[in-house]
Ligand binder design. Structure first.
Ligand code: EPU
Length: 336
């Protein structure tokens, strides 16, 4: 276990905000976590559990205890002719696991290549990209109750997954800590290339196989999304709004080019990046915060931005999208 007092959070958030926490505790096993939960250090204090910090915006210093998993185990726990079940520690960097699955020829995670963050947080957030969500490959999630320190297993159904959503973000927020996730991957080469232009892009790079799909997705992401090691950011800042079909049809009449994804008979999803770009924000800058010039859904820290500066830009974007389109954008990023 590693405990730091008055800890800098600079390397614990991809936005590159220079905030501090009263305490930062990293544990590397279930027993370690249990002793932290029973210790005096967290009693009566505000506690926040973080992953890779790729979806967080620190508005202030954190007056309390930040917990972080350093559980890095990856273990094949069972298999049959078609499927393999792999238990992955919550602290494993998500993309390291995707690389490992691809190397082993197991399919299911390849479309989620290069998404920043760690496995535990990925299962809270139900990360998604290129037509796949992490819930598509989750079998179960192992958690520890923060009050009793007891171990509990959530089936995928019990996690109530939705678009960038799960029970751990809602009803059970702050109640459980994920220690590992069991994934169910396919041994057969079965791919999902349904996302717009993905198949075309994969074919341009070579054959349709796991390695090429991963490589193509990495190239697409690198061309659109800023590398957080170079420019602070948290990926998509907002969620893509899901609107009633009627709202979408009226917008489509006015803007025939409006992109959209089918959700159900009664709802459509509109890319927030398109709405933000239409409002003229792409590449714009307010102080040290700005809108990425290749993907308007990404807010970037041009260097030295405070959480408040980024929040201010986000609010300005929300109000212009509201006044131009009547649509409320909801942040995907958590404000702390
Ligand atoms: N678009 C614009 N202008 C922009 C950005 C996007 O017009 O500046 C339009 C384009 O028409 C484009 C469409 O929006 O075809 C969709 O853009 P893109 O494929 O980049 O995806 P997205 O809907 O903006 C979502 C996820 C991303 C994920 C991509 C690919 C959300 C909030 N974001 O973005 O996830 O990588 O799809 O599947 O659902 C993240 O969550 O952090 C993230 C990066």
């Amino acid at each position: 276990m590693n405990t730091q007092q008055d800890a800098s959070l600079l390397s614990y958030n991809t936005f590159g905000i220079n905030a501090k926490a009263d305490y930062l505790i990293e544990y590397d096993s279930l027993d370690d976590l249990r002793s932290v939960l029973k210790s005096d250090i967290i009693k009566g204090k505000k506690v926040l559990h973080i992953g890779g910090g790729s979806n967080l915006l620190f508005l202030n210093n954190f007056e309390g205890v930040i917990l972080h998993s350093a559980i890095h185990s990856v273990e094949k726990i069972r298999e049959d002719e078609q499927l393999v079940y792999v238990e992955v520690g919550s602290g494993v960097v998500w993309d390291d696991f995707v690389a490992y699955a691809v190397e082993n020829g197991w399919s299911g995670t390849e479309n989620l290549s290069l998404i920043p963050g760690e496995t535990g947080a990925a299962a809270v957030q139900n990360i998604g990209a290129y037509g796949v969500e992490i819930q598509d490959v989750i079998e179960e999630v192992k958690v520890v109750d923060m009050e009793t320190a007891e171990l509990k297993v959530f089936s995928k159904a019990a996690c109530n997954y939705g678009y960038r959503d799960s029970i751990f973000k809602k009803e059970l927020k702050g109640k459980f800590i994920i220690i590992s996730v069991v994934f169910r991957l396919k041994k057969a080469a079965e791919f999902n290339l349904s996302y717009q232009h993905l198949e075309e892009a994969v074919l341009k790079n070579g054959d349709i196989d796991l390695k090429n799909i991963r490589q193509t997705i990495i190239s697409i992401r690198e061309s659109k999304l800023p590398d957080p090691k170079v420019t602070g950011n948290a990926g998509s800042f907002f969620m893509n709004p899901v609107v009633p079909k009627q709202t979408f049809l009226s917008l489509q009449e006015k803007y025939p080019q409006i992109p959209h994804y089918y959700v159900s008979e009664t709802e459509e999803k509109i890319p927030a990046g398109w709405l933000i770009e239409q409002c003229g924000w792409k590449g714009k800058r307010l102080g040290n915060a700005g809108v990425h010039d290749k993907q308007a859904l990404v807010i970037v820290n041009h260097g030295g931005a405070t959480g408040a500066e980024i929040e201010h830009l986000a609010r300005e974007i929300q109000s212009s999208v509201k006044s131009s389109f009547g649509i409320d954008l909801k942040p995907e990023v958590n404000f702390i």
